[in-house]
Design a protein around this ligand. Structure first.
Ligand SMILES: NC(=O)c1ccc[n+]([C@@H]2O[C@H](COP(=O)([O-])OP(=O)(O)OC[C@H]3O[C@@H](n4cnc5c(N)ncnc54)[C@H](OP(=O)(O)O)[C@@H]3O)[C@@H](O)[C@H]2O)c1
Length: 282
C-alpha cells in the first residue's frame, strides 16, 4: 500500500512525498490511462508543466475519471518563454483553464533565468496571495539561485525540484535546502532508467528482493526527498509505488550515494540561467 505520508512545507501546506511525473506522456489516451492506474494505486500528486503540453490532457482525464479536486495535489510549471510578471500571470490563466481547475497546489518556475528572475517570482507571490496557487516553488535552482532570490523575496520557495538520482546525488544542495526549510523533489529520480543495470543496484535488488528501480526510489524516500517517477506502463506505475515494505540499511544507503558521478541527463541550470533558454543536449 502506498505511504500517503505528506511532507510538511514551509508555508504550512502538505505535499505527498511520492507522485507521478507526466513529462512525455503525450497522448490523451495514454495520459488518461496512466492517471487512472496511478489513482487506483494511491498516487495523489501529479506533476505537469506548460512545457509538457499536456495540461489540457490532464484536465480532461481528471474530469473523465471524476477525481475529487481536494483529494489530489497538482503541480505545474511556468515555461521559460512565459516568464516575466505579466506573462507569468497571463500564461497561468491559460494553465488553469487547460487543467480545468480553479487553483493549483504547486506552481514552479521551471528554470532560473537571469532575464526575469525577480519579476517572475513577484508574480508567483501575487498568485499565492490571491489563493489560486496554494504553494510556490522553483525548479532547477542551485544554492546560488536560492541565495540570490532570498535577497528580494517576501516568500521563499516551498520546494526545489531538481535533477537527482544515484549518478547526481546533489548532497550539497539537499543539505542546503534542508537548512532553509525547502523540500527537495527529485526529477528523473530513476535517472531515466539509463543505468538500472549498475552492478551495485542489481546486487541490492537481489538482496532485498526488489527491482533496481524500487531500490533507487526507496533510497530517495529514506533521504527525505520527494519523488515523481514517470512511466506509461501500468506494471511500472504499480512497481514504483511498492517501496514501503522494506528498509535499506545505512550501509546500503551509502553504497548508492557513492555511485555519484556528477552526471547530468539534462541541462546545466547555470547555463540556462545565463542563456535565458534551454539548449540542445543528449
Ligand atoms: N523540472 C524539470 O526540469 C523536469 C525535468 C524532467 C522531468 N521532470 C519531471 O520529473 C518526472 C520524472 O522524470 P523523468 O520522466 O525525466 O525520468 P524518470 O522518472 O527517472 O524515468 C522515466 C523513465 O524510466 C522508465 N521507467 C519508469 N519506471 C521504471 C521501472 N520501474 N523500471 C524500469 N524503467 C522504468 C520510463 O519508461 P516507461 O515510461 O516506458 O515505462 C521512462 O523511460 C517527469 O515525468 C516530470 O514530471 C521535471
Amino acid at each position: 500500500m502506498i505511504d500517503l505520508k505528506g511532507l510538511k512545507l514551509n508555508d504550512g501546506n502538505t505535499m505527498p512525498q511520492l507522485g507521478l511525473g507526466l513529462y512525455k506522456v503525450s497522448t490523451q489516451a495514454e495520459l488518461t490511462q496512466v492517471v487512472k492506474t496511478a489513482w487506483e494505486q494511491g498516487y495523489r500528486l501529479f506533476d505537469s508543466a506548460q512545457m509538457y503540453q499536456n495540461e489540457d490532457m490532464f484536465g480532461l482525464a481528471a474530469q473523465e475519471l471524476n477525481l475529487p479536486r481536494e483529494e489530489y495535489f497538482l503541480t505545474t510549471k511556468i515555461a521559460e518563454e512565459n516568464q516575466g510578471y505579466d506573462n507569468t500571470l497571463r500564461s497561468f490563466e491559460k494553465s488553469l483553464k487547460d487543467l480545468q481547475v480553479d487553483y493549483v497546489d504547486m506552481l514552479m518556475v521551471h528554470w532560473p533565468l537571469h532575464q526575469h528572475f525577480f519579476e517572475t517570482w513577484k508574480a508567483f507571490e501575487y498568485l499565492k496571495e490571491q489563493g489560486v496557487v496554494k504553494s510556490i516553488g522553483v525548479s532547477n535552482y542551485g544554492v546560488i539561485h536560492l541565495q540570490y532570490l532570498a535577497t528580494k523575496a517576501n516568500i521563499m520557495p516551498a520546494v526545489d525540484q531538481v535533477e537527482n538520482h544515484p549518478f547526481l546525488t546533489q548532497d550539497g544542495l539537499l543539505e542546503f535546502n534542508k537548512t532553509q526549510g525547502i523540500i527537495t523533489q527529485a526529477w528523473a529520480p530513476l535517472g531515466r532508467a539509463r543505468a538500472l543495470d549498475e552492478p551495485i543496484l542489481v546486487e541490492l535488488a537481489q538482496k532485498y528482493h526488489k527491482s533496481a528501480a524500487q531500490i533507487v526510489l526507496r533510497w530517495h524516500w529514506q533521504r527525505g526527498t520527494a519523488i515523481i517517477p514517470k512511466s506509461v506502463h501500468a506494471a511500472r506505475i504499480i512497481e514504483n509505488a511498492a517501496i514501503f515494505d522494506f528498509e535499506l540499511a545505512p550501509v546500503d544507503m551509502q553504497k548508492i550515494t557513492d555511485l555519484n558521478t556528477f552526471t547530468r541527463i539534462s541541462q546545466e541550470p547555470e547555463q540556462v540561467y545565463e542563456l535565458g533558454h534551454q539548449y540542445p543536449h543528449h
